[in-house]
Write a protein that binds this ligand. Structure first.
Ligand code: NAD
Ligand code: IPM
Ligand code: MN
Length: 361
């Protein structure tokens, strides 16, 4: 028997609804593959602010550090939207990523054939798309200093954030990206804004240098505005994309929409060592929270990534992914991926369908 300590961070909005489904799924695959999960729940985001006054209590960071992997749902909501950045739910998530040094965020956007009709793009454009966005997660404009709202000499306020990368930060995310590309089709596109930003010039030159160590990877560079356009125009040209924190945040939402819904996209946030955080790309969806309408599949697929990347349980991960395919083949859909002739389910009934499918694959 393999034993793992898993920290669950349900967070806010639809978070508790979708993480429940993922936990049920993990329990079933655990029984099947002789994996024993010890689940412990901790507070983050708005839920943590309400209970303790802080978005990332020290206790939460400690529990996370002492676990084998962390499954996070989502944080944020209207209630906390007027708080200053570091006191907001989002500050908790950023603190977790920084605290665990999770500098590499892998966001795979792969078209599931059953869902082609759910995309707003044409079938010919998206058929066969299989992209991995490697997003730098602990640097760039999210963390650069100076930052804040300052008074100017004229008495006007000035909001400041700084986009900055050290060479070492570029190099370590670059290595993850080259290694990722090597295991896939060997194509890597680095996305920046080197025509305008100094930080991007350094980014481009370091990535180019690093490329010499990976002669079997075909490296290209693209400006971020063009990349956003190309992702929608002709996404099949991309395999692995590497980019900074903010550009990666935006481009991964674009990539998500290729697959039909952001409710389908999982991610893994990894460091050089220690436990990773496995989380959907989407947020807490406050507009549908508590209505049993959320698509739990991004969360479930994040649990599969946790098994694959964090716990070395590829067979169990495959099993979950096959069960997801099976329920989609059967025509089960949540509202976000609904199309005519399909069966509309809620978050909970989608979970039930998945549990049943797990017994059949
Ligand atoms: P969002 O991703 O929460 O929602 C955008 C849209 O997608 C909404 O219409 C929502 O209903 C829909 N959606 C998202 N996930 C879905 C799912 N699983 N099933 C069905 N529909 C889904 O983004 P937002 O509205 O810009 O942000 C809401 C809150 O979430 C904010 O507080 C934001 O900061 C936070 N957020 C958190 C994370 C995270 O925890 N990793 C990520 C993004 C946004
Ligand atoms: C994401 C989210 C977060 C980010 C926010 C909530 C801090 O949008 O995980 O993509 O910007 O990284
Ligand atoms: Mn985002």
């Amino acid at each position: 028997t393999s034993q793992f300590r898993i920290t669950l961070l349900p967070g806010d909005g639809i978070g508790p609804e979708i993480i429940n489904v993922a936990v049920d799924v993990l329990k079933v695959v655990g029984k099947k593959f002789d994996i024993e999960f010890g689940f412990q729940e901790a507070l983050i985001g708005g839920a943590a602010i309400d209970a303790t006054g802080e978005p990332l209590p020290t206790a939460t960071l400690d529990i996370c550090r002492n676990s084998d992997a962390i499954l996070l749902a989502a944080i944020g909501g209207y209630k906390w939207d007027s708080l200053p950045p570091n006191q907001r739910p989002e500050g908790g998530l950023l603190g977790l990523r920084a605290g665990l040094e999770l500098f590499a965020n892998l966001r795979p956007a792969k078209i599931i054939p059953e869902l082609i009709d759910a995309s707003t793009l044409k079938k010919e454009v998206i058929e066969g798309v299989d992209i991995m966005v490697v997003r730098e997660l602990t640097g760039g404009i999210y963390f650069g200093k100076p930052r804040g709202i300052f008074a100017t000499e004229t008495g006007e306020k000035r909001g400041v954030n700084t986009m900055a990368y050290n060479e070492s930060e570029i190099e370590r995310i670059g290595r993850v990206a080259f290694e990722t590309a090597k295991k896939r089709t060997g194509k890597l596109c680095s996305v920046d804004k080197a025509n305008v930003l100094d930080v991007s010039q350094l980014w481009r030159s370091r990535i180019t240098e690093l490329g010499k160590e990976y002669p079997d990877v075909e490296l290209s560079h693209m400006y971020v505005d063009n990349a956003a356009m190309q992702l929608v125009r002709s996404p099949k040209q991309f395999d692995t994309i590497v980019t900074g924190n903010l550009f990666g945040d935006i481009l991964s939402d674009v990539a998500a929409m290729l697959t039909g819904s952001i409710g389908m996209l999982p991610s893994a946030s990894l460091g050089a060592s220690g436990p990773g955080v496995y989380e959907p790309v989407h947020g807490s969806a406050p507009d549908i929270a508590g209505l049993d309408k959320a698509n739990p599949l991004a969360q479930v697929l994040s649990a599969a990534m946790m098994l694959r990347y964090g716990l070395n349980q590829a067979t169990a991960a495959d099993h979950i992914e096959q069960a997801v395919s099976l329920i989609l083949q059967r025509g089960f859909r949540t509202g976000d991926i609904m199309s005519p002739g399909m069966t509309l389910l809620g978050c909970r009934t989608m979970g039930d369908a998945l549990i049943q499918a797990l017994e059949e694959v």
